[in-house]
Design a protein around this ligand. Structure first.
Ligand SMILES: NC(=O)c1ccc[n+]([C@@H]2O[C@H](COP(=O)([O-])OP(=O)(O)OC[C@H]3O[C@@H](n4cnc5c(N)ncnc54)[C@H](O)[C@@H]3O)[C@@H](O)[C@H]2O)c1
Ligand SMILES: [Zn+2]
Ligand SMILES: [Zn+2]
Length: 361
C-alpha cells in the first residue's frame, strides 16, 4: 500500500519551503523504502529551492540522511528490512565506461528509484539528488542504501551522505593526502572542515585552515588544523607560503567554489603540488590564469565530485573510525531541528552560524 508521510517540499522558485503530506509508493524492483531518522541541511537544498539546479518543481528536499530500511522490492539483495543505512547519491551502475574500467567512484550512470513520489493530488515530486529525505519515509534505489554500524548516531552518520564525505574525500581520495604532507584548506564550512579532519586522519603534518570567518577558523582548530589564516585581513597565498618554508602546500583544497579562492589555491601550492576543487562554482564564473604558470608549476589540478567516494567502501570504514573515537564526525552537528524548521536552518546557514543543522525525526 502506498503510504502518506510528512515531508518538506519546495513548491516554487524562491518560495519558503513547506511541510506537507506526500505519497510514497511501495518499493518496486530494485527499490527500497527507508524510514528516515536524520537528515542534514545542505547548501544544495537551498540551491534547489532557489531554482539554481533546475526548474523541475516541486522538489522533495533533503539528501544527507540515515535511517532504517523498511521494505525492499523484487530482486534487492544489498539490504534487508531493519538495516541501518546511510543514503548516497552514487549508486554505481557497474556497467558504464567508468565502472567497466574499474573506476566506480566516477560512475556516469548512477541509479535512483524508478517510481515517483507524489503530492496527494498526484503531482510528481523531484527528490533532491535523487534522495528526498526531509521526509518521514522516502523511496530510493536499493544501491543508494549503504549499510553501516547501527551503533552510530543517525544525525552523525547521515552527514556522510553528502557534504562531510565530499570534504573528507577531497583530502583523502582526490588529494591523496599522505603522512607528512602539508595541506591548506580554503573555506572551512562543513565541507572544508571535513577536509581538515580528513587531512589529519591521513597524517598530514601541517594543516592550514583559511577562512574569512573567525568562528570557522576556531572550529577548524578543533578538527585538526595546525595553523589558521583569516584571508579577510591576511594574504592567504603569502601566509601559506610562509608557513611552508616559502614553498607552498603539497595539497590545497578549495572548498568555496569561487575564481578568486581557486587562484589562491593555485598559487599557494608547492611546485608539483595538487589543487583540489571541491567547492561548486555557479555558471557565470570564469577563471583566467597565465598558461605558463599552469605549465611551470606542474602538478595536478583536480576536481572532486562527492569526494570521489565509493559509498560501499568509504561509509562503513568512516563510521567504524568514528565509533572508535578516531574521527570526530559529531563535530559537524551544530544543532538538531524538526522538519518544520528547515527554512530557519537555511537562514542560519546563510549567516554562517552553523556547520550543519540536522533534521531529526
Ligand atoms: N564537490 C562536491 O561533491 C560537493 C558536495 C557538497 C558541497 N559542495 C560544495 O562545497 C562548498 C562548501 O560547502 P559548505 O557546506 O562547506 O558551505 P559553507 O557555507 O558551510 O562553507 C563555506 C565556507 O567558505 C567560507 N568562505 C566564503 N568566502 C570565502 C573566501 N572568499 N575565502 C575564504 N573562505 C570563504 C565561509 O566563511 C564558510 O566558512 C559549496 O560550494 C558546496 O556547494 C561540493
Ligand atoms: Zn557506472
Ligand atoms: Zn549536499
Amino acid at each position: 500500500m502506498p503510504q502518506q508521510v510528512k515531508a518538506v517540499i519546495a513548491r516554487a522558485k524562491g518560495a519558503p519551503v513547506e511541510v506537507t503530506t506526500i505519497v510514497v509508493p511501495d518499493p518496486g524492483p530494485g527499490e527500497a523504502v527507508v524510514r528516515i531518522q536524520a537528515c542534514g541541511v545542505c547548501h544544495t537544498d537551498l540551491h534547489y529551492r532557489e531554482g539554481g539546479i533546475n526548474d523541475e518543481f516541486p522538489f522533495l528536499l533533503g539528501h544527507e540522511a540515515a535511517g532504517i530500511v523498511e521494505s525492499v522490492g523484487e530482486g534487492v539483495t544489498e539490504v534487508v528490512p531493519g538495516d541501518f543505512v546511510v543514503l548516497n547519491w552514487r549508486a554505481v551502475c557497474g556497467q558504464c565506461r567508468a565502472c567497466r574500467r574499474g573506476r566506480p567512484q566516477y560512475c556516469f550512470d548512477t541509479h535512483n528509484a524508478e517510481q515517483k513520489m507524489t503530492l496527494l493530488d498526484g503531482t510528481e515530486l523531484s527528490p533532491a539528488l535523487g534522495i528526498g529525505a526531509f521526509a518521514e519515509k522516502t523511496l530510493v534505489a536499493a544501491g543508494q542504501c549503504t549499510k553501516v554500524d547501527p551503533a552510530a548516531d543517525p544525525a552523525v552518520a547521515g552527514l556522510l551522505g553528502c557534504g562531510v564525505m565530499a570534504g573528507l574525500g577531497a583530502a583523502i581520495n582526490t588529494g591523496n593526502v599522505g603522512r607528512g604532507d602539508s595541506v591548506a584548506v580554503i573555506g572551512c564550512g562543513g565541507v572544508g572542515g571535513a577536509a581538515v579532519l580528513g587531512s589529519r586522519l591521513a597524517g598530514a603534518a601541517k594543516i592550514i585552515a583559511v577562512d574569512i570567518d573567525d568562528r570557522k577558523l576556531e572550529t577548524a582548530l578543533t578538527l585538526g588544523a595546525t595553523h589558521t589564516v583569516n584571508s579577510r585581513t591576511t594574504d592567504p597565498v603569502e601566509a601559506i607560503r610562509e608557513l611552508t618554508g616559502g614553498n607552498g602546500a603539497d595539497v590545497v583544497v578549495e572548498a568555496v567554489g569561487r575564481p578568486e579562492t581557486y587562484k589562491q589555491a593555485f598559487y599557494a601550492r608547492d611546485l608539483a603540488g595538487t589543487v583540489v576543487l571541491v567547492g561548486v562554482p555557479t555558471p557565470e564564473m570564469t577563471l583566467e590564469l597565465p598558461l605558463l604558470d599552469v605549465f611551470g608549476r606542474g602538478g595536478a589540478l583536480k576536481s572532486s565530485w562527492y569526494g570521489d567516494c565509493l559509498p560501499s567502501r568509504d561509509f562503513p570504514m568512516l563510521i567504524d573510525l568514528h565509533l572508535q573515537g578516531r574521527l570526530d564526525l559529531g563535530a559537524f552537528v551544530t544543532e538538531t531541528i524538526g522538519l518544520d524548521a528547515v527554512e530557519q536552518a537555511f537562514e542560519r546557514m546563510h549567516q554562517g552560524d552553523v556547520l550543519r543543522s540536522v533534521v531529526v525525526l
